[in-house]
Design a binder for this molecule. Structure first.
Ligand code: AMP
Ligand code: MG
Length: 425
């Protein structure tokens, strides 16, 4: 048996960062920037108003108060998107909307609330206001957003290697970028094996079960940024498996499920041994002991021969999801150019007993709650590796290390969070 870390290291040593690609900015969410981003413009491009109000000279507000308004002549109105031709001089004001460029001559903006605009509007009956009373003293520069205060022209605003989140999408758009160069998303071919499997949407004959692994695995691929290519179901026969594999040979990675244990019908290993190289690992973890890893002979989209990494997950639905989190997720992240793939973990007080009979790292499905500042973890119920609802109920995987024979109620365990659901926070 090899450790989880050894298995992961071997797998990752066979996985490379994918090529760069120019992609529409909105499609880059979760991808890694493959270029430094420099700004060609100032953001904002001009000094502009942070408030709806009046652009004035601050010296004109001196001595102003609610009972001693300073009266200024309104010479223009400027909305966001327009530029006022007028110049503010002593004794004048330009009515200005949020985001509108500050007119020449003005050094401050007085908010509507600090003027007598409301009263004048009532009196004017919809006619433009020609005079405004300033009701307080305002210092220079107030309510003005300076040109380039967010992003200065010529600065490097995002570095190559940055993982793109919604904020980065926004920043890129604020620079006017419609396309950016990122590391490609891996296309992951997904194949389930087993004579007992039936595709969803079909009637279920006696003795059969629905193929759930292809779907949970594809959803995980998508969640972590890859593009699933569903190869469907292969029967436990060499012909069927070879035919299905042929449809996935232009992928960046192949993930199969099932057929890697020692059952009579486990042809996956024989076929994959012929189609490439395959290693079988018994990993010191539970669920998920038998895992296959190898490469299969394929070709890229131009038809050039190459080897595609293949990960053979166990067929049991929980095992395939847990081994995906532990092995496939880091592989996908590495291909995408990410260099960190540790899942967030919390220390939690265990509320159930977990027994570790054979020195493996146990990943139990746990419900995590926070009470009075501490995390608590209880098991979701039966932990059989066929009980997929245990994954659905879980917030995280409570981990009992290899060298610990038992974790008792009250003990502290590490929980690898699958999701941060709002109730856990
Ligand atoms: P195997 O690893 O092929 O021996 O499968 C182990 C268990 O997982 C068996 O009970 C299978 O029926 C089940 N299984 C295998 N593949 C799938 C799948 N794609 N969806 C749901 N269950 C599966
Ligand atoms: Mg099988």
């Amino acid at each position: 048996m090899i450790s989880v870390e050894e298995a992961l290291e071997k797998l990752l040593s066979n996985v490379d960062v994918l090529a760069k690609k120019e992609v529409a900015v909105l499609d880059t969410l979760g991808q890694v920037l493959a270029e430094d981003i420099y700004s060609e413009i100032d953001v904002p491009p001009l000094d502009n108003s942070a408030m709806d109000g009046y652009a004035v000279q601050s010296s004109d507000t001196r001595g102003a108060g609610s009972h001693s308004p300073r009266l200024l002549r309104v010479i223009d109105t400027v909305a966001a998107g327009s530029i006022s031709e007028s110049e503010v001089t002593a004794g004048t004001a330009v009515r200005i909307m949020t985001g509108a460029p500050v007119p020449k001559g003005a050094d401050t903006v007085v908010r509507f609330e600090d003027t007598d605009e409301v009263n004048r509007r009532e009196i004017s009956g919809g006619q433009p206001i020609t005079e405004i009373g300033i009701l307080c003293e305002v210092g220079a520069g107030l309510n003005i957003r300076r040109a380039g205060e967010d992003i200065g022209r010529g600065t490097r605003i995002l570095a190559e290697g940055t993982v793109i989140r919604p904020a980065e999408v926004g920043v890129l758009a604020s620079l006017g970028r419609s396309q950016v160069t990122v590391i490609s998303r891996p296309v992951v071919a997904i194949l389930s094996t087993g004579d007992e499997l039936v595709e969803v949407g079909q009637p279920l004959p006696a003795g059969k079960i629905y193929n759930s692994n292809s779907y949970s695995v594809a959803a995980l691929v998508r969640r972590y940024g890859g593009v699933p290519n569903m190869l469907g179901i292969a029967l436990d026969s060499e012909d069927s498996l070879v035919a299905a594999l042929r449809r996935g040979l232009d992928a960046d990675m192949l993930i199969t499920s099932g057929g890697v244990s020692v059952g009579d019908y486990d042809v996956v290993k024989d076929v994959l041994a012929k189609e490439g190289e395959i290693g079988f690992w018994t990993v010191r973890m539970k669920p998920g002991k038998p895992i296959a890893f190898g490469t299969i002979r394929g070709s890229d989209r131009q038809g050039t021969p190459r080897r595609i990494p293949h990960l053979g997950l166990p067929g049991n639905p929980v095992s395939s999801m847990v081994t995906f989190e532990v092995f496939a997720r880091p592989a996908i992240f590495k291909m995408m150019g990410r260099n960190a793939w540790t899942k967030p973990t919390v220390e939690a007080v265990l509320e159930d007993r977990i027994v570790n009979t054979d020195g493996r790292r146990i990943f139990t499905r746990a419900v995590v709650e926070k009470r009075e500042g501490r995390y608590f973890a209880r098991l979701t119920g039966p932990q059989g590796s066929g009980i997929l609802t245990s994954m659905s109920q879980a917030d995280g995987l409570a981990i009992v290390p290899e060298d610990r024979v038992e974790a008792k109620p009250g003990d502290t365990v590490r929980v690898m969070m699958l999701d941060w659901n709002e109730e856990v926070i």
